[in-house]
Write a protein that binds this ligand. Structure first.
Ligand SMILES: Cc1cc2nc3c(=O)[nH]c(=O)nc-3n(C[C@H](O)[C@H](O)[C@H](O)COP(=O)(O)OP(=O)(O)OC[C@H]3O[C@@H](n4cnc5c(N)ncnc54)[C@H](O)[C@@H]3O)c2cc1C
Length: 319
């Protein structure tokens, strides 16, 4: 029986959406799906069950130690005879699997959208250049090491979830495996995380300056969403880099993406093209974002955003 292991990232509220989407792709690769991670919260078992996993393994690796986690994953994969090890194509997922590739001397393929078994190997479709190019690659490997462009694949959901066995795995680590650890963990800013937000209200250069984000924050809060920005906004120092959406920022998969004063450069769209519905507010009807937007408001943010905020506030008052 073949087995695929997914390394899942988790916070106090559970495993992140990108990891669950990765599990969706992994499930089609092997007979058995095993999810694992560090410091998994209680809700992870139910998430694993819904994703169709039969086992949930807690890796006993102290602290943030990418090489230590990679070593643990490798030992787990050896023990289970896994044919594939996957992680979401986040910074952390790519980092762990790159270490795993180096430790095991196996090739690692990043940003996969689709993977199929072909003979003894795999045919892998993967994103290059921020999603503007799709590459089909043939992978011959004893064990496939893959990260997944999770924003572009559907989340795992099992039609008939079965009970999940929970266990802990104690790897045998070298002191050098723990040489890189986190020295400080900042408290996550309050509110909804950008990567998993169902609504993202994003501002670009058209917002005009840091003070223009006040109304964007208000709208995001009223919609239960998160604030996103274009790279110009972070480069100008108007907002922190962690809010950047795009090729070199966070990839988002919201139900609604509201792009305010954003032109729609390919590098920006690389981070938000999987939004279910995109609404653009822009003075320029010819802006590239219009070719992706489902709805557009051609107008000045200085007029449109306060009107939108007031309309939302009125609707919330009436509810
Ligand atoms: C390697 C590389 C990686 C990159 N990675 C990213 C990335 O991850 N994310 C990202 O965003 N960019 C990224 N970029 C930058 C990207 O190419 C664009 O430069 C950037 O996205 C443009 O930001 P913008 O849309 O805010 O600004 P602009 O392109 O200047 O657009 C501003 C828009 O606001 C509109 N506007 C102006 N005033 C108003 C107003 N009052 N009301 C309404 N609309 C108004 C304008 O019509 C215009 O469409 C990357 C570039 C490179 C080369």
């Amino acid at each position: 029986m073949s087995c695929a292991i997914v390394f899942c990232e988790a916070g106090p509220e559970g495993m992140i959406e990108a990891s669950l989407r990765t599990a969706g792709l992994a499930r089609r690769l092997a007979d058995e799906l095993v999810l694992c991670g560090r410091e998994l919260p209680g809700v992870a078992a139910e998430q694993a069950r819904q994703a169709g996993a039969r086992r949930l393994v807690s890796l006993a690796v102290p602290g943030y130690a990418p090489r230590g986690i990679a070593r643990a994953l490798w030992q787990l994969a050896e023990r289970l005879g896994a044919s594939a090890v996957l992680a979401a194509g986040t910074d952390h997922g790519n980092e762990i699997l790159a270490h795993l590739g180096a430790l095991s001397d196996e090739e690692m393929v990043a940003n996969c959208l689709a993977v199929e078994r072909r003979g003894e190997g795999y045919v892998v479709t993967r994103q290059r250049w921020g999603g503007s190019l799709l590459e089909e690659a043939h992978l011959e490997a004893r064990r496939a090491l893959l990260t997944v462009a999770a924003e572009a694949v559907a989340p795992a959901s099992s039609p008939e979830p079965e009970p999940v066995g929970e266990e802990s795995f104690e790897p045998s680590l070298d002191p050098a495996d723990l040489s890189v650890t986190a020295s400080e963990q900042r408290e996550q800013a309050a509110g909804v995380s950008l990567a998993s937000a169902r609504v993202v209200v994003s501002g670009g250069r058209g917002v005009g300056g840091p003070e223009g984000f006040g109304v964007i924050e208000e709208i995001a809060e009223m919609l239960g969403g998160a604030v996103g920005v274009s790279r110009v906004v972070t480069s100008l120092g108007w907002r922190p880099h962690r809010e950047q959406v795009g090729q070199t920022g966070t990839k988002v998969t919201p139900e609604l993406y509201l792009a305010c004063g954003i032109s729609g450069a390919i590098q920006h769209l690389a981070g938000c093209q999987s939004a279910k519905t995109m609404v653009a507010i822009n003075t320029d009807p010819e802006a590239p974002i219009m070719s992706r937007a489902d709805y557009a408001v051609i107008g000045d943010l200085a007029e449109v955003l306060p009107a939108l905020r007031d309309a939302l506030a009125e609707r919330l008052r009436r509810q």
